[in-house]
Design a protein around this ligand. Structure first.
Ligand code: NAD
Length: 523
């Protein structure tokens, strides 16, 4: 079409739905790929761009390299999103048939006048949907077949054919924990070379404050000879989805956008209004760039706080989860759940995307960096709990077998990026243990690159057989079905269980004579 920048809100929505708009999405990762499939499902023509030819080839063959769960499918089948959030994950709870549950951690919830409380058991509805994890694949397949989605490594060529370009490339750290903006600059250069007058560019990546106007804008202007704000629209709209829930959250989580001018922000908001979630327009990209970092830092600091509270509880004989659940009945308190550390792509890095510019401006943050230190230290704490178990059993770790249940950084996902499992497994190996690991989703090839010599299995029994100690490291739903008696029977006696995810009650483990430790379990 001739132009998108400058059209009225309803005209933009109509143009997307009628297939008159072509959108290039640059970076086909956890954000870019589901977004490509969803825009294509809404009717747009989408060209996915990535420098990785394997991803491009897969997509053109109708396949996704990312697993996304069919939570949105449940909404279509009559599930309701209720106004209470999961005390563990902070996501809105779903009511489906006779069950209320968290679509993220899968646990059943009870909602009363005091708010939502989680039960230990997993919802049937969630198990059903985890069992049919094919939605992104089928969305991609459908869109490719309908001719509405294809991929290329030629970003400039794609942008030349496009009305709108979204930038969803990765924003990692360098070896000094500083923002590495190489992918943002490279993508901007390739986009600038193909940019047409009256197009719209939206940066979706999580970036340091000032990146849209200080890096992306000058590169686009220099390469295209056009002016942001007058010749083309430019905005930053950070992404808030939680991996594994992208298909639900792209449609349901409110968005924020800040344009280099009002018209850019409003055009970006109009584009995303094809999804039901509301879009709030702010007056500059600096605000949205900063606020996205606030959101992730808030989570990281909250987790560091509960991780510290958990370690206090271990010493003062209190069960941290009981205390957290009690505290969260106060509507003003939103404590998250302690665990073995913070992994994934975003949280471990985003603190530095704010700390770095702050330090350059001569203010060294304390609390947010301390939170990183506490969370990174949890892997060592898990190892110290294992050491306590071996001391109590009167066994040596050297020469023992330790079974690690769960390697992904979070439940029901196979994502190994920055997973606390790596330092835990590495630390145990250093102490002389043989480690056998089980994970239902993690890619074993990828794991072998990180930790060669790790014995890997998909089956829990195979991992714990003849082990001296088992560690529950990820809150995969299938671990909620583990019975202490079943694993104790095949482990080497005396045996121990370290639960870092509050899945197994101490009483159940000690009833079958297992030594037990749990993060924050001081009772
Ligand atoms: N993963 C999440 O759940 C999530 C959630 C919210 C925000 N974010 C943010 O969104 C951004 C993308 O995250 P992600 O998890 O999708 O990253 P990712 O690493 O999964 O995907 C990034 C993709 O960009 C491609 N790429 C890199 N340089 C490129 C270039 N010059 N041109 C074209 N493609 C290029 C890579 O090959 C990769 O496929 C990051 O800034 C991240 O912080 C991620």
């Amino acid at each position: 079409m001739d132009k998108i920048y400058g059209l009225q809100h309803d005209e933009i929505v109509k143009a997307v739905r009628s297939g008159d708009v072509t959108i290039s999405i640059v970076g086909l990762g956890y954000v870019g790929l589901p977004l490509s499939a969803l825009f294509a499902a809404e009717g747009a023509k989408v060209i996915g761009c990535d420098i990785d030819p394997k991803i491009v080839k897969l997509l053109n063959g109708g396949k996704s390299h990312i697993v996304e769960h069919d939570v949105a499918g449940l909404l279509n089948e009559g599930a309701e999103m209720i106004n209470h959030t999961c005390p563990n994950c902070g996501v809105r709870l779903l009511k489906y048939r006779d069950e209320t549950f968290c679509p993220s951690c899968g646990r059943l919830a009870v909602v009363s006048g005091y708010g939502a409380r989680l039960l230990q058991t997993a919802a049937r509805a969630h198990s059903e949907l985890v069992g049919r994890r094919t939605t992104l694949d089928s969305l991609v397949q459908r869109a490719v077949k309908a001719g509405r989605l294809h991929a290329t490594t030629d970003t400039t060529g794609a942008v030349k054919k496009s009305d709108i370009t979204l930038i969803t490339v990765g924003t990692p750290l360098n070896e000094r924990n500083e923002p590495n903006t190489a992918a943002i600059s490279e993508a901007s250069g390739a986009i600038g070379k193909g940019l047409k007058k009256d197009a719209l560019v939206i940066l979706k990546s999580t970036v340091s404050p000032g990146t849209t106007e200080g890096i992306v804008k000058p590169i686009l202007e220099q390469e295209s000879g056009l002016r942001a704000g007058s010749d083309f629209g430019l905005a930053h709209m950070p992404e808030r989805i939680k991996e594994g829930h992208a298909l639900l959250e792209f449609r349901t989580i409110p968005r924020i956008v800040g344009g280099v001018n009002q018209k850019s922000g409003e055009a970006a908001a109009a584009l995303f209004s094809v999804f039901p979630a509301p879009v709030h327009v702010f007056d500059s990209p600096r605000v949205t760039e900063t606020s996205k970092l606030f959101e992730n830092i808030y989570r990281d600091v909250n987790i560091a706080l509960v991780n510290e509270l958990a370690q206090i509880c271990e010493k003062i004989h209190v069960d941290v989860m009981k205390a957290i659940n009690a505290a969260n009945t106060d509507p003003k308190t939103h404590l998250l759940t302690p665990g073995p550390g913070v992994g994934g792509y975003c949280l471990p890095k985003d603190t530095y995307y704010l700390a770095h510019p702050s330090q350059k401006a001569h203010f060294k943050p304390k609390m947010i960096l301390l939170a990183r230190e506490i969370n990174d230290g949890m892997a060592q704490h898990v190892i110290s709990l294992v050491e306590e178990c071996f001391a109590e059993m009167g066994k040596k770790i050297r020469g023992s077998k330790v079974a690690v249940l769960g390697l992904a950084f979070k439940g029901n996902s196979g994502d190994l990026r920055n997973t606390p499992a790596f330092p835990v497994v590495g630390g145990l190996m250093k102490l002389g243990a043989t480690v056998s690991a089980q994970d239902p989703f993690a890619e074993f090839d990828e794991l072998n690159q990180h930790i060669p010599n790790l014995s890997l299995t998909r089956d829990i029994e195979g991992a714990v057989k003849n082990a001296d100690c088992a560690i529950i490291l990820t809150d995969h739903l299938e671990y909620r079905r583990i019975k202490a008696a079943d694993i104790a029977r095949i482990m080497r006696k005396p045996s121990a269980l370290v639960d870092t995810r509050h899945i197994m009650e101490k009483a159940e483990a000690t009833a079958v004579e297992m030594t037990y430790r749990g993060i924050g379990h001081g009772e």
